[in-house]
Design a protein around this ligand. Structure first.
Ligand code: NAG
Ligand code: NAG
Ligand code: NAG
Ligand code: NAG
Ligand code: NAG
Ligand code: NAG
Ligand code: NAG
Length: 631
C-alpha cells in the first residue's frame, strides 16, 4: 500500500496526470489453445470494468486469527463481528480515493463508480474504447469453438506506476475461461463430494445394547464411548449447522424412524431449522446416494445435541451441470465473499441465476449474506486439493480464516480414501490423475483438510470385536483421509506436532510421493468414531462408514460444550486448532492402523500426532474441562 505517495498526491491536488509512467500489470504469454482471436473488439462494446484492490491486511489478519484462537493470548475469544472483518480486509479509504482519482482522469464519471460491500472492488460500466485508453491495451474478441462462446479480452494491460501497488487485478482483461475446460478433459467434476460407504443390515442392534458397538454404532454406543451427556435444555445463542449440497436431501420420515428407535430423547417430527441457499433444493429421491449423507448427518447431529437447535444449510438447486460448491455456501453466510477477489469462479462455482432448463433450477440472484453462520459448522463433503487452481484454493481458505476471526468452528471430514484422492485416484508427475484402478502415483491430499483454518476430522473405530472401553484404532472399513498439503505452509500451531512426527516416525517416502519438506500443513487434526453408524433410510435402517459420520459427531461434542460455555456467560470456542495442539493431553492417542493408497501402506498411526488420526480421539471429559476453563 502506498500511503506516503498517496498523501503527497493528495497534497498536490492531483489535477494533472501525476501517477508516473505506465507499467505492465498483468500479461499472458500465449492465448490458450482453445481460443481463436477473431479481431479487434468493437470500440463501443459495453463492458463492466472491475478493479480489484490489494488486500494488504492478509498477513496481519492471519496473525490476529492466531491470537484470537490461541489460549495463551490476551485476545483469546475476542472475536470480530462480520462488519469488523469486512473493515479489516477492506482497502483503506486513501487507496480507494487515489484509484478513483486515476479513473476520473481517465474520463470515468465518479458517480458511476461503485465500491462493493466489502470495499475491495470498484466497478463501473464503460466501453472497450475507454478501457483501452485507461489500461493502455487493445481488446480483441476470442471464440471458443467447443463451448460456442465468445469473450472480450486482452493479452496484457498497464496501469500508472504509482497506482500499481493498490491494484490486485482488473477484469475483464487477460482472464480466459480455460480452467473448466482443462479440468473436464482431465475427468474432474465440479462437485465437491465424497460418499460414505453403506451396508445393508441383517438385523438391527438393540438401541441400548453396548454389546456390539464395534460392529454397529448407535447414539447409545457413542454416549458410552465418549461419555457424552444428555442435553436437557436449549441454550439461547447456541447453534449447530450442517451443510448439505443438492441433490442430497434429508427425509423427515427417515429421521422420525431413527428417533423412534435410537434417539427417544428427540420428539417425533423434530427437524432442523432450514436455511435454503441458492434454491435450497430438496430432491425426494429415496436412493442412498441422494438421501444417505443428509440423513446420516442429521440423525447424529440432532440425535446427540437435541434440544440444542440444529440448522440445515441446504445449498444449491437441481442443476447437475453447475452444482453448488463451498463458495456458494460461503457467499450466503458472508455477503462480502460474493465479490472477494473476483467473486465466484465461472469455471467451478455455480453462477446464478440458472437458465431454468430443468425444473427445480434456481432463477434468482445468488444468496449473498442472507444467513448468519452458526457457532459450529460441520461439512461432510470434500474434493481433491489439486482439482482446482491454487488461487481458487487460497481464496476459499482465506474465507475460513475470516470465519475463524468471527469465532466460527468449521469442521470438515478428512476423506475416506486414505492417502489417495476421490475414487482412489493418485497423481501423475504433471498433476493429472492416474488411470482408474491404477495403484501407484503421488499421494492426492483431500480438500479442504489441507487448509490450515479448518479442523479436519478423521475416522477412528473400536477394534474388531472390541468393547466400548477399548482403546480406539484408525478406521479400517475405509482409509481415514490424511497427509500433507501441496499448497499450504505449515501453520504455527502445528509446528511442534509435525516436527515430533518426523523426528520419531518419518514414514520414509521421498519427495516424488508427497511433499515431505516438513514445511506444509498436515491433516487431519483429530479422529472420532466413524464406522457403521445406524441411520434411518427409506423407512428402514442402514449402516454408514466414513469420515462423513465423524465430522457431525465431533461437531455435536463441540456444540454440547458451547452450550455449557454460553450458559456460564462465555462465548463459543471458535477456531479450535491452536487450543487442541497446545493440549494433546485431552486426546486418547491412536497408534494402530494405516491409510493405505497409491500402492503404499500410506501413513501408519503412531504415538503423537500423525497424518491419519491427527492428535487422536478426544477424551470428552478432558476436552470439556479444558474448553470450559478457557476465558
Ligand atoms: C452495468 O450494467 C449492467 C447492465 O445494465 C448492470 O446490471 C450493472 O449493475 C451495471 N454495473 C454497474 C457497476 O453499474
Ligand atoms: C453384532 O452385529 C452383527 C452385524 O450386524 C450381527 O450379525 C450380530 O448378530 C450382532 N451380535 C450381537 C451379539 O448382537
Ligand atoms: C411421527 O409423525 C408422523 C407424521 O406426522 C406419523 O406418521 C408417525 O406415525 C409419527 N411416529 C410416531 C412414532 O409417533
Ligand atoms: C419434496 O418433498 C417436499 C416435502 O413434501 C416438497 O416440498 C418438495 O417440493 C418436493 N420436491 C420435489 C422436487 O418434488
Ligand atoms: C471377531 O469375532 C468373530 C466372530 O466371533 C471372529 O470370527 C473373528 O476372528 C474375531 N476377530 C478378531 C480380530 O478377534
Ligand atoms: C513443498 O512445500 C514447500 C512449502 O510450501 C514448497 O516450497 C515446495 O515447493 C514444495 N515442494 C514440492 C516438491 O512441491
Ligand atoms: C523415490 O522413491 C521411489 C519408490 O518409492 C523410487 O522409484 C524413486 O526413484 C525415488 N526417487 C528419488 C528421486 O529418489
Amino acid at each position: 500500500m502506498k500511503l506516503s505517495t498517496l498523501s503527497t498526491a493528495v497534497a498536490i491536488g492531483l489535477s494533472s496526470i501525476a501517477q508516473g509512467a505506465s507499467v505492465v500489470h498483468e500479461k499472458r504469454d500465449q492465448v490458450p489453445p482453445e481460443w481463436t482471436k477473431l479481431g479487434r473488439a468493437v470500440p463501443d462494446t459495453a463492458i463492466e470494468l472491475r478493479i480489484g484492490l490489494k488486500q494488504s491486511n492478509l498477513e496481519h489478519a492471519e496473525d490476529l486469527a492466531n491470537q484470537i484462537s490461541h489460549p495463551k493470548s490476551e485476545k483469546y475469544g475476542k472475536f470480530l463481528s462480520a462488519q469488523q472483518v469486512v473493515d479489516l480486509f477492506a482497502a483503506p479509504q486513501e487507496v480507494i480515493s487515489e484509484t478513483m482519482q486515476w479513473l476520473r482522469q481517465g474520463g470515468i464519471n465518479g458517480n458511476r463508480i461503485k465500491p462493493t460491500a466489502g470495499r475491495n472492488w470498484l466497478k463501473f460500466n464503460t466501453t472497450v474504447a475507454v478501457a483501452e485508453k485507461l489500461l493502455d491495451t487493445t481488446y480483441y474478441t476470442y471464440r471458443n469453438e467447443e463451448e460456442s462462446v465468445e469473450v472480450v479480452a486482452c493479452e496484457s494491460y498497464s496501469v500508472p506506476e504509482d497506482i500499481q501497488p493498490n491494484i490486485d487485478l482488473i477484469m475483464p482483461t487477460i482472464q480466459f475461461e480455460t480452467r473448466g475446460l482443462a479440468a473436464s478433459s482431465r475427468g474432474l467434476s465440479r462437485r465437491d463430494t465424497f460418499s460414505p460407504k453403506f451396508r445393508v443390515l441383517d438385523s438391527v442392534p438393540h438401541p441400548s445394547s453396548l454389546a456390539n458397538c464395534s460392529e454397529t454404532t448407535t447414539p447409545a454406543c457413542l454416549r458410552a464411548i465418549y461419555g457424552l451427556p444428555d442435553s436437557d435444555e436449549a441454550v439461547e445463542g447456541n447453534s449447530y449447522g450442517i451443510v448439505e449440497f443438492a441433490p442430497q436431501s434429508f427425509n423427515q420420515d427417515d429421521l422420525n424412524v431413527f428417533y423412534a428407535k435410537y434417539a427417544s430423547n428427540v420428539p417425533n417430527n423434530t427437524g432442523p431449522i432450514i436455511d435454503g441457499i441458492d434454491g435450497g433444493y430438496f430432491s425426494n429421491d429415496s436412493s442412498v446416494d441422494t438421501r444417505g449423507e443428509s440423513n446420516l448427518d442429521l440423525c447424529y447431529a440432532i440425535g446427540l445435541v437435541h434440544p440444542q437447535p440444529v440448522t440445515l444449510f441446504q445449498v444449491g438447486d437441481n442443476d447437475p451441470v453447475q452444482p453448488a460448491t463451498n463458495n456458494n455456501f460461503l457467499d450466503a453466510i458472508d455477503g462480502a465473499y460474493c465479490t472477494y477477489e473476483g467473486g465466484d469462479d465461472h469455471d467451478w462455482d455455480a453462477i446464478y441465476p440458472h437458465d431454468g432448463e430443468l425444473s427445480g433450477e434456481y432463477l434468482g440472484q445468488p444468496d449473498c449474506g442472507k444467513y448468519d453462520a452458526t457457532k459450529v459448522i460441520s461439512i461432510s463433503y470434500g474434493s481433491n486439493e489439486n482439482d482446482r487452481p491454487i488461487s481458487y484454493r487460497t481464496r476459499e481458505c482465506n474465507e475460513y480464516m475470516k470465519l475463524a476471526l468471527m469465532g466460527v468452528t468449521v469442521l470438515f471430514s478428512s476423506g475416506d480414501t486414505g492417502v489417495s484422492g476421490i475414487s482412489g485416484r493418485c497423481l501423475l508427475p504433471n498433476g493429472a490423475w492416474t488411470p482408474p484402478g491404477a495403484d501407484y502415483g503421488r499421494f492426492n491430499p483431500m480438500w479442504p483438510g489441507t487448509c490450515p483454518w479448518i479442523t479436519s476430522v478423521g475416522g477412528s473405530a473400536l477394534p474388531e470385536n472390541g468393547s466400548v472401553t477399548d482403546k480406539q484404532v484408525a478406521a479400517y472399513n475405509f482409509g481415514s483421509g490424511g497427509g500433507f498439503s501441496n499448497i499450504f505452509a505449515l501453520p504455527s500451531y502445528q509446528t511442534n506436532a509435525v516436527a515430533e512426527y518426523y523426528s520419531s516416525h518419518d514414514p520414509g517416502y521421498n519427495s516424488s510421493i508427497y511433499n515431505n519438506t516438513q514445511q506444509v500443513r498436515g491433516f487431519p487434526d483429530l479422529a472420532v468414531s466413524s464406522q457403521s453408524f445406524i441411520t434411518g433410510l427409506a423407512g428402514d435402517f442402514m449402516a454408514f462408514s466414513g469420515t462423513s459420520a465423524a465430522s457431525p459427531l465431533f461437531g455435536a461434542m463441540i456444540t454440547l460444550i458451547n452450550g455449557e460455555r454460553i450458559k456460564s456467560g462465555k462465548g463459543s470456542v471458535g477456531f479450535l486448532n491452536p487450543v487442541l495442539y497446545s493440549h494433546p493431553e485431552v486426546f486418547d492417542d491412536i497408534t494402530e492402523g494405516a491409510n493405505h493408497g497409491c500402492g503404499t501402506d500410506g501413513f501408519p498411526a503412531v504415538e503423537g500426532w500423525d497424518p491419519i488420526t491427527g492428535l487422536g480421539t478426544p477424551n470428552f471429559a478432558k476436552l470439556r474441562d479444558l474448553l470450559l476453563s478457557l476465558p
